[in-house]
Every structure is written in structure tokens, then in C-alpha cells.
Design a protein around this ligand. Structure first.
Ligand code: BES
Ligand code: ZN
Length: 593
């Protein structure tokens, strides 16, 4: 098993001997890794001395990578000692590669805009399928997979036998439907003698757009290749959850508009091999995979939260769509953000191949099933029931029904592209009277496009400060796309119909973040753009540094000419026009029916 957590690394950092002690030419630049919690105090301490701490190039798993002048290491060491009581608290590296390698695992660059519009408007079909999900079916699948073979190891005959069994189970579920195929996906034998298994429901109207729901079929015992590895939770539970989603889809005559592929990956436990092969195949064949859901460990409730949403190596916009599925279709269930700190499961293969992916997990990182990768990972650990997996199976059903759209027998398929009800998302133009971007035409949404990119005089922000009546100017410190800026704002109805009082809308803000820990976005709305009285929607933290998408929902009030404001700030507390010198705010004005 790979080292799974960063806790140890951070702890080692806490009192590591500073690696910069040897003499070196002046003003050389070095790369450092530092605990992300130390960024904020270090930046403040630099600011006090009239210096600027550069923005991190990467921040993940609680560790940030940044480039500093060697002469600044002294200041940094002093800051760490004064503010955090750490001996040095960071490690210097000669090259960027070495620093990045220290922060194992990477997040592929994500497109600024989502590939698809996320709408929730397929309730009748989703609910029809949800009511069919049965714990007993999930339990039976977990039971069969975890007790029929000693191990489902990728390179043993039993691992191959398990794949063949699953293929025949899925073929039975497919029930002869001509739009469904079930097949083994074979890998090079050096990659994995065990094949992966894929069931495909071909989309009715958008067959070239693909939604993937996957989990891994193999199991492992960390102490030896022939040792028992029942893998009931890791990951018979994920495979069983998605098998039940597939079953209720067929049982309800579900015909998706987009193609849906259910996948049970081979050889995850020895380095995500099956999923890497499959994700790269989709990439190399230019298949438009619009979304991937990974289910790995679903049956052990380790935390008070029902779902831990993995934020690293996943797509922020799709994660927020996924949590909106939870609040809509399983109200009352709770979730929290978690990080693996490295590519801990097959979602990372899809993320590396450039596809949007999400991984809802059974617990937080420190509260997961302690029996995984041992002979003790049996169904009895979870009391012999699959009750917890039901939530994940239902989440998979709602993900499929809303992302692949289409309908079950007797229901009407909603539009796939979010343009339903005739509304389109308009692109704003600058309104010289109100002094901010505005969409005057009625539509399903309004998008600032490129008008807001940058902050004040930093970057291309035309018509700065882009606040109504120039009511708030932007902070002037720092560097474009190293320090904070609001880059884009969009508001659009959740159901794809036109903007109208009483409708739920999603605000999508694209920011350039300096740091996940010290930056916050305050979002506000106003019923009357000409004389705005701002109401706070909420305050949100970016998931990391660099380009990040943040979404929030609210209900449109009455008023024909409304506005939203984004106040992106470094430290401080929520406000419509905070005073920090790195702060940016931008408004967007739009017509509401
Ligand atoms: N299900 C685990 C990943 C996991 C375990 C996530 C505990 C969160 C908490 C997965 O099957 C696994 O073991 N992955 C490997 C990584 C892989 C690259 C070999 C791991 O974590 O060591
Ligand atoms: Zn595992």
C-alpha cells in the first residue's frame, strides 16, 4: 500500500533541519514545500516587512509548493518560528520537479468552464428508479463477491473468475435489451491478467457523450499475494452499489439520452492499472466523457457525515453538481469535503486523462474502514447489512438520471443541454450607465464571459472596477494570476428555463485563488441593480490555488433588473466591499421576468 496520508509528511516537516543551511550563490531561487496552514501567517509576516510571499504553484493534501528567493528563506524561517513555533516548517528543493514530487499526486488542469451544463430537472424518472433501490440486492452482491473467492487479486485465477461472474450477472440484468452490451475489457497480461467489466447503455439522442459510473473489482491483502482478501468494503461495496443502479435503470425501462457505461475496474489495488488503461483509451479515441463517478468503499459509516467528497484529483464543478444531487434526492443526508492527498482510487486515472470526475466516500480520511486490505474486510464488519451502500447506489442513480438525462417508462425526457424552456445563457456586455457587465435580453442565464478577467489594473479587466456605479474599487497589490482575482461570473436557472422570480439559480464564479486557506469568496444578490441592497448568499473557500470554480444556489427575488456581486478577499470577514489590498469584487446585472 502506498503511503496514504500526508499527516506523517507534515509532521516530519515540522522540525526538519532546514535544507538551505549550506552556502549558495545569492538570490538563487529555490522551491519549497510548506504546510498550507503556515501560508497565511507567513504571508502576513512578509507583508509587515514590506515583502511579498509568492503565491503557491500548487497546494494539495495540506502541503503547498512555492518558489522563493533564497534570501527570503531566512525571513520565512523566522516567521515560522515566531508565529507557529516550528523549527523551520518547510523543506527547500533545488527544482520544481523535486518540490512537486514531494507533494505526490497531481490535479490535472481543469477547463475553466464545465463541459456540460448541470441541471436538475429529471425528477420523475430519477424518483422512479430511486424507489426501486434495495439493500438486499446490494448485500447479496457484496456477499457473493467477498465469500466465493479467497481473493479477487488481479493476477490470480480467482480474480479472473470474479470478472467472468460479474459479466454474466450484468448480462442477466441487461435482459436482452438491444441497446445494452456487456463485455470484458482485457488488458495486456503484463498490466493485468484480470479483465475489467463494462456494461454500456447506448444513449438515444446523444450517444457520443458518455457518463461513467465505476468501482474496482479487485481486492488485495497487504501482507501477501495469496492471503485472503475478501474486500467486502474495498471494493465489493462500490461494485455492488453501481450494479444495483444498473438494475433499477433496466427494471424501470430507463433509456438515457447520453451513453451510460458501468465499469468494474481490474487491478486498482496495484496502481489504478485497469482504470488508467480504460481512461487513456477514451482519451486516445477522443471519446467525449462528460462525467465520471467513482464508488470505492461505500458500506462503512465511519463519520457522522453520510458522504466525504474527495476534492483532490476531482472536478470542482461536478462535485458541486453531485452534492446538489444529495440535497435534492436524499434530503437530510450530509456531506463534507475530504482530501486523499494522492491519487487514491480510479477517479485519479480519469482526472489525469482530462475528464471530470467525482468520488463520494464512506467516511472522512481518518475514519474509514480499518479492516481494508486485510482478511478482516468482510461484510460482518458492517453488521452483515449493506444499508450504508444504499445511499451511494441512490447517488449513482441520481447522477445517471440527471447527467445522462433521458427517461424511464412513462416519463418525458427533459432537455439534455440545459437550454430547456427555450432559454439560453446570454453573454453580458458592458453597461456604461450602470458600469458593470449586463445581459438585457431575457434568457436562462447570464455569463460575464471574459469581461471580468483580472483585478483592477492587474490583468485584462476592462472597464474596471466593474462594480455598479463604480461603488467599490479593487485592491491594487500583487500580480495578475498569482494573487487573487474574480475572473468570471455566471448566473443560470437550475432547471434550464428562463430567469424568473422564485426560480432556483446557480451562481458559478471562476476565481484565481492565491491560497485555499486564506482566500474567501463572498457572494451577494440584489433585487434592484440600479440601487442595490446586497443580500449575502454565502462565503466560500476555493478548493486550492489557481483557477477554481465556486458555485452557490439561491432563489431569485422579484425585480426585472437584478444583480449579483462577488467579493473575493484575502483574509478578513465577509463584506460587499472589503478593504484588503488583494481584494477584488465584480458585479453582473441581468434581466428577470
Ligand atoms: N479504496 C482504497 C483507497 C482509499 C482507502 C481511499 C482509504 C480512502 C481511504 C483503494 O482501493 C486503495 O487502496 N488505493 C491505493 C492507491 C493505489 C494507487 C494503489 C492506496 O490507497 O494505497
Ligand atoms: Zn484498497
Amino acid at each position: 500500500m502506498a503511503i496514504r496520508k500526508f499527516g506523517t509528511v507534515v509532521a516530519m516537516l515540522a522540525c526538519a533541519a532546514p535544507a538551505f543551511a549550506e552556502a549558495a550563490p545569492k538570490e538563487r531561487e529555490v522551491w519549497i514545500t510548506i504546510g498550507a496552514d503556515a501560508l497565511e501567517p507567513a504571508r502576513a509576516s512578509f507583508q509587515q516587512k514590506g515583502l511579498t510571499l509568492p503565491a503557491p504553484a500548487l497546494e494539495k493534501g495540506g502541503v503547498a509548493v512555492l518558489r522563493v528567493r533564497e534570501s527570503q528563506l531566512e525571513t520565512l524561517a523566522a516567521a515560522m518560528h515566531d508565529k507557529l513555533n516550528r523549527c523551520a516548517g518547510f523543506i527547500a528543493h533545488d527544482t520544481e520537479e523535486q518540490a512537486l514530487a514531494a507533494v505526490e499526486g497531481s490535479t490535472a488542469p481543469q477547463p475553466l468552464a464545465s463541459l456540460v451544463s448541470y441541471t436538475l430537472n429529471n425528477g420523475p424518472s430519477v424518483n422512479a428508479m430511486l424507489s426501486g433501490v434495495q439493500e438486499l440486492n446490494i448485500r447479496n452482491t457484496i456477499n457473493y463477491l467477498s465469500t466465493t473467492w479467497t481473493t479477487r487479486r488481479y493476477n490470480l485465477q480467482s480474480g479472473i473468475d470474479a470478472a467472468n461472474w460479474l459479466r454474466s450477472q450484468w448480462s442477466t440484468i441487461a435482459n436482452g435489451r438491444s441497446d445494452i452490451s456487456v463485455a470484458l475489457y482485457t488488458h495486456a497480461s503484463s498490466t493485468s491478467p484480470q479483465p475489467s467489466v463494462i456494461a454500456t447503455i447506448t444513449g438515444t439522442t446523444h450517444p457520443n457523450e458518455v457518463v461513467v459510473i465505476g468501482g474496482h473489482l479487485d481486492s488485495i491483502n497487504q501482507s501477501g499475494s495469496t492471503a485472503a482478501a475478501p474486500g467486502a468494503d474495498d471494493d465489493a461495496s462500490g461494485v455492488a452499489s453501481l450494479t444495483e443502479a444498473f438494475r433499477v435503470a433496466v427494471a424501470n425501462g430507463y433509456k438515457p439520452a447520453r451513453t451510460v457505461k458501468f465499469m468494474a475496474y481490474a487491478a486498482e489495488e496495484i496502481g489504478l492499472r485497469g482504470s488508467a488503461d480504460i481512461a487513456n483509451w477514451h482519451k486516445n479515441n477522443s471519446v467525449n466523457v462528460v462525467g465520471v463517478l467513482q464508488l470505492d468503499m461505500t458500506n462503512y459509516k465511519g463519520s457522522s457525515y453520510d458522504f466525504g467528497m474527495v476534492t483532490d484529483n476531482t472536478n470542482a464543478a461536478q462535485n458541486s453538481f453531485t452534492t446538489s444531487l444529495i440535497s435534492t434526492y436524499q434530503p437530510g443526508l450530509t456531506w463534507t469535503n475530504i482530501t486523499c492527498g494522492y491519487g487514491c482510487s480510479d477517479h485519479a486515472s480519469w482526472n489525469s486523462a482530462g475528464f471530470p470526475t467525482s468520488m463520494p466516500f464512506e467516511a472522512t480520511m481518518s475514519t474509514d474502514n480499518p479492516q481494508i486490505h486485510t482478511s478482516g474486510d468482510t461484510l460482518s464488519v458492517t453488521g452483515g447489512t449493506a444499508a450504508n451502500s444504499v445511499k451511494f447506489s441512490k447517488l449513482a442513480v441520481s447522477f445517471m438520471g440527471e447527467l445522462a438525462k433521458g427517461a424511464t417508462t412513462g416519463n418525458t425526457p427533459p432537455p439534455v443541454d440545459g437550454g430547456g424552456g427555450g432559454g439560453t445563457v446570454n453573454t453580458a456586455t458592458y453597461d456604461a450607465t450602470l458600469k458593470a457587465p449586463r445581459c438585457t435580453a431575457a434568457g436562462a442565464g447570464c455569463d460575464s464571459g471574459t469581461l471580468l478577467n483580472g483585478r483592477g489594473g492587474l490583468g485584462p479587466e476592462v472597464n474596471k472596477p466593474n462594480t455598479i456605479n463604480a461603488s467599490c474599487t479593487d485592491g491594487a497589490s500583487g500580480t495578475y494570476h498569482s494573487d487573487e482575482s474574480n475572473d468570471r461570473l455566471k448566473v443560470a436557472t437550475v432547471d434550464g428555463t428562463n430567469l424568473k422570480a422564485g426560480k432556483q439559480v446557480t451562481v458559478t464564479a471562476t476565481v484565481w485563488a492565491y491560497s485555499a486557506t486564506s482566500d474567501t469568496l463572498d457572494l451577494y444578490y440584489a433585487a434592484n441593480a440600479s440601487s442595490p441592497s446586497w443580500v449575502l448568499i454565502g462565503s466560500y473557500k476555493p478548493s486550492g490555488s489557481g483557477a477554481r470554480t465556486i458555485t452557490a444556489n439561491y432563489t431569485l427575488p422579484t425585480g426585472t433588473n437584478q444583480a449579483i456581486r462577488a467579493n473575493f478577499r484575502y483574509q478578513g470577514s465577509a463584506g460587499t466591499c472589503t478593504t484588503g489590498s488583494y481584494d477584488d469584487r465584480d458585479d453582473l446585472i441581468f434581466t428577470v421576468q
